[in-house]
Write a protein that binds this ligand. Structure first.
Ligand code: URA
Length: 245
């Protein structure tokens, strides 16, 4: 095992509190698109991974279309800007959260607050960097008082997420937390029951494998060994799937 892999393994046990679990380098690299550089951006920086031009353009066009026409985001008040999503447009792996929080609303970037730092730890524990993956939310504007998104808000905004997914064509999506998992799996079942079992999301012609897991904010609130082991098991299943296909 290389020094990098050992470092990752040690980091993994440190971050997720599981026994020494090596991240196999060949699995980690399988999660990265061929055109993605091995060493990606720093954790706090906006990803600068090169993507295919057509995907970048399509995402930019979708962003404009969303900001001008999303039935939810153009009518809701109380947020300062929309948070479209960011990352490698050619990513094999996509993370979908619930909605922007205060820090995301301030910066216009997904998962940059405390939950975002935890998500970055999870991504690094997988042997990846933030710039290797694409990160988005079900809702692209912050709900008032940070409350859970309502069904009609999701109905208005989520079609743009589906289009985002059709453009990126990830092989695997990790649904972070109850609202994202319930939306993607079209179910009322809670995340505790859903997590750890593969499901699929039909993005409208493109069906993508989905692994539901706990939201990093839940991990922060429930930082038990058991919770961390469950999340780590889910992420390992994702790595195995990416490697196997
Ligand atoms: N929580 C989310 O679900 N999404 C973010 O972007 C930040 C926090």
């Amino acid at each position: 095992m290389s020094t990098r892999a050992v470092r990752q393994s040690l980091k993994t046990s440190e971050l997720l509190g599981v026994p020494f679990v090596p991240v196999r380098e060949e699995i980690a690299s399988a999660a990265t698109s061929p055109e993605t550089p091995a060493e990606a951006t720093g954790a706090a920086d906006p990803p600068s991974a090169p993507g295919s031009g057509s995907r970048i353009e399509a995402l930019e066009a979708l962003r404009r279309e969303h900001d001008a026409g999303c039935p939810h985001c153009t009518t809701v008040t109380g947020h300062t800007q929309t948070v479209f999503g960011e990352g490698n447009p050619d990513a094999d792996l996509m993370f979908v959260g619930e909605a922007p929080g205060a820090e995301e609303d301030r910066t216009g970037r997904p998962f940059v607050g405390r939950a975002g730092q935890k998500l970055e730890e999870m991504i690094r524990a997988m042997g990846l960097d933030r710039g290797d993956v694409y990160i988005a939310n079900v809702l692209k504007s912050r709900p008032p008082d940070n409350r859970t998104p309502l069904a009609d808000e999701i109905a208005g905004c989520a079609p743009y997420l589906a289009e985002q997914i059709r453009i990126i064509e990830p092989r695997v999506i990790v649904a972070l937390g109850g609202p994202a998992a319930k939306f993607m799996l079209d179910t009322a079942t809670g995340i505790t029951k859903l997590r750890g079992t593969w499901a699929q999301f039909d993005a409208g012609g493109l069906v993508v494998d989905v692994m539901p897991t706990f939201h990093p904010a839940y991990l922060l609130r429930n930082y038990t060994r058991d919770t961390r082991e469950r999340v780590w098991a889910d992420l390992q299943a994702v790595l195995t799937k990416l490697k196997s296909e």
